[in-house]
Structure formats: C-alpha cells, structure tokens
Design a protein around this ligand. Structure first.
Ligand SMILES: Nc1nc2c(ncn2[C@@H]2O[C@H](COP(=O)(O)OP(=O)(O)OP(=O)(O)O)[C@@H](O)[C@H]2O)c(=O)[nH]1
Length: 298
C-alpha cells in the first residue's frame, strides 16, 4: 500500500467513525499546536485541569521549559479561567503574561516552549484538530494506536503504576508464520488478516487497556489496571479466539494463530525497556515452544 493510500484510508475511516478510541471533542478543550505534546487534546470538564511537566498533570508537557505545575484551567460556572501557578517561564495568553485571566475561544496559551490553543466550543476547528490527532496517533491499517503513541503511553503508565504502587502488565501478540500467508496470498490478503486480528483484540480489551500495532505483524496490549493474572487470562482468550476465527486470505480458509509474551513491570523501579524485554523474551519462548501459545516472562 502506498503512503497516500494509507493516508486516504485513515482519513476516510476517521471521518466516518470519528475514530475508535476517543470521543469527539466536548464543549471546550485545549489542543497543543506547537512544541512538546504536539497534537494532544484534553477536554476541559468539571474538574480543574492542571498543565505541567509533572506526571500528575492532566496535560503533561515533558519539557524542561515547562514547570512541574505550570498553570491551571477551570470553568467557574460562567467562564473558563486560567491561572499561572508560579511557573518559572510565566504563562502567557495571546502574548501577554498572565496571573489569572478569562479565556475566550481561539486564545493562544504559551506554556514553556509549547503553544496551546483554547477551543471554547464544539466547532469545525475542534474536529479538525481531532482528525490531525488521530492521523498522528492511530495505525492506519488496524485502527489501533500506533507504535509511537503506545510507547509514550507506556512511559506514562509506568510512572503512574510506580507512583500508586500498582501492577502493570503487558502482552505482546505476534502472528505465527505470517510470511507464508503473505507469500502465498499476497500482501493485501495479509493486511486483511492483520485487520481481522486487530478486530479480535479490540473485542477483548477493556476500556482502560491500551491496544496498539507496534510492528508489522506484532500487536501489544497494556493493562494499566491489571496484573499478570489478568494479562495471562486476556492473552489466552486472544490466542483461542484467533485460532478459532474463520480466516480466508485470498478466499482460501486457513487457520491463523498467534503467540503471546506476557510480562509485568518489575517493582518498585522497573523501566520500559525491562518490561518490553521481559515480554519479548516470553514471546521468544512461545515461538520456540511451538507457537500458538502464551508464555509468561520474568
Ligand atoms: N501484509 C502485511 N505483511 C506485513 C506487514 N508488516 C510486516 N509484514 C510481513 O510479516 C512477515 C513477518 O515474517 P517473519 O518475521 O519472518 O515471521 P513469521 O513468518 O510470522 O514467523 P514467526 O514470527 O516466527 O512465527 C513478513 O513477511 C513481512 O513482510 C504489513 O503491514 N502487511
């Protein structure tokens, strides 16, 4: 598939469906239009919204130009307001330094080296930013999150799990003997198989789980609320569902299977690379143990 075909598919899908993962913008939102966090959007609801470098922030801008708690935005019942929280690089709205100010639709907010836009109501522009965000974060073929977004989310979830001393588990799902499928039936039929597997994954994950395509025929599911036992159960369900699904690449019925490596974040200070390496090692064992199986890392 060419890059332009790829893009056209994504655009069509997101226009038709609004995207599978995030609801469209609600009444008011902030969108990062320049710098660290580019494309990210946060809705402004009932609760005050914290912008800063801290992982506790609702909008995390992980850049040294941003203070840990940089500014707060909230709705006071009548209007949206912003307050600088004593940031080293003071918060600016439309180029003026502010301590506290009322925000109006279209205001530009400078937070360190990032530029945010306040969108005060549902508008074509808010939908446009949503579309851009989806193009940047979703995998066009599967409709799941893309690798880059998954890795960013993984970092955030690791920080969160460690802060709250909570478990965090990861499944890496790799299609077995996929090369022969491509070689026999062609790439387009292979893509269809990948889409079908993505649909099975989507069916099985829960709302808080994060599912992505992280490689050609490799998927990942992160379970922020679940430990190893939950991940193993999910992995086994996925494995069985794929092995029982009716695939017919090129119109020819064919059994497709997946191998899954599962691992939990080592506590108290495991890193992203340790978690990925543990899941990868488990996946390697699943492949070498004969495929179509789930192995647990660690
Ligand atoms: N159709 C399609 N194929 C892809 C895509 N990305 C990677 N592939 C193919 O996936 C296949 C991966 O093959 P291998 O890594 O050799 O592994 P495998 O045949 O699945 O064997 P095991 O992983 O050992 O079970 C290659 O043929 C790639 O060309 C994609 O986006 N679409």
């Amino acid at each position: 598939m060419s890059a332009s075909d790829d893009q056209a598919n994504t655009t069509q899908r997101t226009m038709l469906s609004g995207g599978p993962h995030r609801p469209g913008p609600r009444a008011a939102c902030l969108v990062v239009i320049l710098g660290e966090g580019l494309g990210r959007r946060v809705d402004i609801g009932e609760a005050p919204l914290l912008v800063g470098r801290s992982q506790e922030a609702d909008l995390v801008l992980n850049h040294r130009s941003v203070s840990r708690a940089h500014c707060r935005i909230w709705f006071d019942g009548t209007s949206f307001r912003i307050r600088d929280l004593g940031a080293t690089n003071r918060t600016r709205v439309n180029d003026a330094q502010v301590e506290e100010a009322v925000l109006v639709d279209g205001d530009h907010i400078v937070v360190g080296d990032s530029l945010l836009k306040f969108i005060g109501q549902t508008s074509v522009e808010a939908s446009y930013h949503e579309e851009i965000y989806q193009l940047a974060t979703l995998d066009a073929l599967s409709g799941l999150w893309n690798r880059r977004h998954f890795m960013e989310t993984l970092d955030k979830e690791i920080a969160r799990a460690q802060r709250h001393e909570r478990e965090l588990a990861l499944c890496i799902v790799d299609v077995d003997l996929f090369k022969p499928v491509n070689d026999t039936y062609g790439h387009i039929a292979g893509d269809e198989v990948l889409r079908h597997i993505a649909a099975i994954i989507r069916e099985h994950v829960r709302g808080e789980d994060i599912a992505a395509r992280i490689g050609g025929e490799e998927f990942a599911v992160l379970l922020p609320e679940g430990g190893l036992a939950a991940a193993r159960t999910l992995a086994e369900r996925l494995r069985v569902s794929v092995s029982e699904a009716a695939f017919a690449p090129g119109g020819v019925p064919r059994r497709i299977t997946v191998s899954v490596g599962v691992a939990a974040l080592p506590m108290p200070d495991g890193t992203r690379s340790q978690l990925l390496a543990a899941a990868d090692a488990a996946l390697y064992r699943a492949k070498h143990g004969g495929r179509n199986q789930v192995c647990i890392g660690g």
